[in-house]
Design a protein around this ligand. Structure first.
Ligand code: UDP
Length: 196
């Protein structure tokens, strides 16, 4: 697809990021979706490993207004796609299609509240959000091993990781092989917002 280079990292130029992301999940071909904002692009400029990771991601979405302004200043047609909205669209589709979801990140009470809010807000008509597993984001090495084993065992369709940038992206990169057919997406501080 057409790309926009922002400080050396490529952003995908598409008109339906939600549709693309949903197709990724249903195809079960495996993907790392990065939602890029200006802060992250600047971090990537100073961190070649992060830049490489973003370059290798299957889908890079313009999350921030700064990215959109940058693109438009270069004559590109580019629509902003807030990561939090994309993730919500995926969660609604997960309920509709019964995709199994795994959540990692946020404080212990936060992640519990997110699950309750989503069930109340999106589920209904006999349809619940299929949760393959979840864990808060303040795990030690031993808990991390358990989380990884659970991901490997349950093979979810969609994995949301909210550990902050860039840690969540490196975590996804190093754990992807445990569940290569899932779509993995870093959601930053979104669990905090969904918990409220
Ligand atoms: N977080 C976590 N484990 C950690 C550190 C942070 O789960 O060890 C979570 C934190 O609770 C918050 C998110 O990661 O939900 C980071 O949010 P922030 O807004 O700082 O990140 P950004 O969106 O800037 O990446």
């Amino acid at each position: 697809s057409q790309k926009l280079l922002v400080l050396g990292v490529p952003v995908d130029l598409q008109d339906d990021y939600g549709g693309l992301a949903k197709r990724r999940v249903s195809d079960r071909q495996g993907a790392h979706i990065v939602t890029l904002n200006a802060e992250m692009a600047i971090q990537a400029q100073q961190d070649p490993k992060l830049a490489q990771l973003i370059t290798n991601a299957e889908l890079v979405i313009p999350d921030g207004a700064g990215i959109v302004l940058y693109g438009r200043a270069r004559g590109k047609e580019i629509q902003r796609c807030p990561g939090i909205e994309l993730a919500e669209e995926l969660i609604q589709a997960a309920i509709e299609h019964q995709w199994r979801v795994f959540l990692i990140g946020g404080a212990p009470d936060v992640i519990e509240a997110v699950l309750q809010n989503w069930q109340a807000k999106f589920a209904g008509d006999g349809k619940e959000l299929p949760i393959a597993g979840y864990h808060h984001g303040y795990f030690d090495a031993e808990q991390e091993q358990l989380i990884c084993a659970q991901i490997k065992q349950t093979q979810p369709d969609l994995i949301l990781v909210g550990l902050g940038v860039p840690r969540q992206e490196f975590w996804i990169q190093s754990q992807r092989r445990l569940c290569p057919n899932a779509t993995w997406i870093g959601v930053g501080g979104s669990f905090d917002i969904w918990s409220g």
